[in-house]
Design a protein around this ligand. Structure first.
Ligand SMILES: Nc1ncnc2c1ncn2[C@@H]1O[C@H](COP(=O)(O)OP(=O)(O)OP(=O)(O)O)[C@@H](O)[C@H]1O
Length: 330
């Protein structure tokens, strides 16, 4: 989708991109970097809006230096900053953007209605955008990037300014842009870890340089921790505590609730336990993973608890970088 070869961008007092070489494949790719890492600069170069100082880049096989116009016809762009005119409605604005991309009037109106529905804007779409919440504005910005049915969209910080629920909704929408419409996505964020559930691939840049580019699964290797979620019953109103006690009797070593929060943030209703041999020589840690799975299943069944979920935890991307920076310091 995108090929970037030794790309640099120098401003008078700062080097925003420094000999960056990276390839972006079809699917959803997260471009992660701190504020000022060079993400927006890269997107503007890829759209042919700003020239690179050195190096080359192509988008869908087109050269960014000479074919910017053709690239912008086929690529959707959601800018980071607030750029919506306050006095027009979402419908008027998105129809206008569709016409700008070359759609005939009828097709532009139809595609606008479909796209606004897809991003979750209904009756509000006829009201002036000046009165919209940040979440609604971000949805309109996403809709105008999609309205001409591009093959690729570049989304610059689409979760900016949203609360946690709004973020999750936006990330879900972005995932569906790919799964429902087959449109590839390059999405930026300054929050490490935010994009790990949304992206197939993650590219991390720092100070305009490539830090790492790999599949999300490679970032988030499985850990040796098993997380188990069970239901509560009348007999065991706190199913999680009952399971923890019974597992201990069965010779396993579930973590104490306080430890759970350390390995599984926000996971108040999970029992976690080690299944690898990394953690010393207790009976639990030497047991093979499959016998641990069997014991957990049998224990939950004996207690009459419903087994909702039993999964091996994955590392979170932020942990990978915390370890990395600890190594760097060492
Ligand atoms: N037009 C410009 N003139 C001078 N310096 C610029 C210009 N645009 C960006 N920069 C600088 O280039 C560096 C990279 O900026 P860029 O906006 O690409 O970062 P970013 O990763 O997108 O961060 P943010 O999310 O904060 O926008 C920053 O140091 C910024 O100050």
């Amino acid at each position: 989708m995108i090929a970037i070869e030794s790309l640099s961008k120098r401003f008078p007092r700062v080097t925003a991109l420094d000999r960056l070489t990276v390839g972006i494949e079809p699917g959803v790719t997260g471009l992660v970097g701190a504020n000022g890492a060079g993400k927006s600069t890269l997107i503007k170069i890829l759209l042919g809006l700003s020239p690179a100082s050195e190096g080359t880049a192509s988008v869908l096989g087109m050269d960014v230096a000479t074919q910017g116009g053709a690239i912008r016809e086929r690529v959707g762009y959601m800018p980071e900053h607030d750029c919506l005119p306050p006095d027009v409605s979402a419908t008027e604005f998105v129809v206008h953007m569709a016409r700008m991309s070359g759609l005939p009037a009828t097709a532009a109106r139809e595609r606008t209605a479909d796209t606004l529905r897809h991003v979750g804007l209904y009756e509000e779409r006829y009201r002036p955008m000046g009165g919209y919440s940040t979440g609604m504005k971000q949805r309109v910005k996403l809709a105008q990037a999609l309205v001409h049915d591009p093959r690729l969209v570049l989304l610059d910080e689409p979760t900016n300014g949203l609360d946690p629920v709004g973020r999750d909704e936006m990330l879900g929408l972005i995932r569906r842009v790919h799964t429902d419409f087959g449109i590839s996505v390059l999405v930026t964020s300054h929050l490490l870890g935010e994009l790990e559930r949304t992206s197939d691939h993650i590219v991390v840049i720092d100070g305009g340089k490539l830090l790492r580019s790999s599949s999300t699964a490679d970032f988030t290797q499985r850990t040796a921790v098993l997380a188990v979620e069970v239901t509560d019953t009348d007999e065991h109103p706190d199913g999680t505590a009952a399971l923890r006690a019974a597992l201990r009797k069965a010779g396993l070593a579930p973590h104490e609730p306080a430890d759970d929060s350390a390995v599984a943030p926000g996971a108040g209703h999970l029992v976690t336990l080690d299944i690898g041999s990394e953690h010393g020589d207790t009976e639990a840690s030497t047991a093979s993973a499959s016998s641990v799975f069997d014991t957990v299943r049998d224990t939950a069944a004996d207690l009459g608890l419903g087994l909702v979920r039993m999964e091996q935890r994955r590392h979170q991307i932020s942990e990978v970088f915390t370890e990395r920076s600890a190594d760097d310091v060492a």
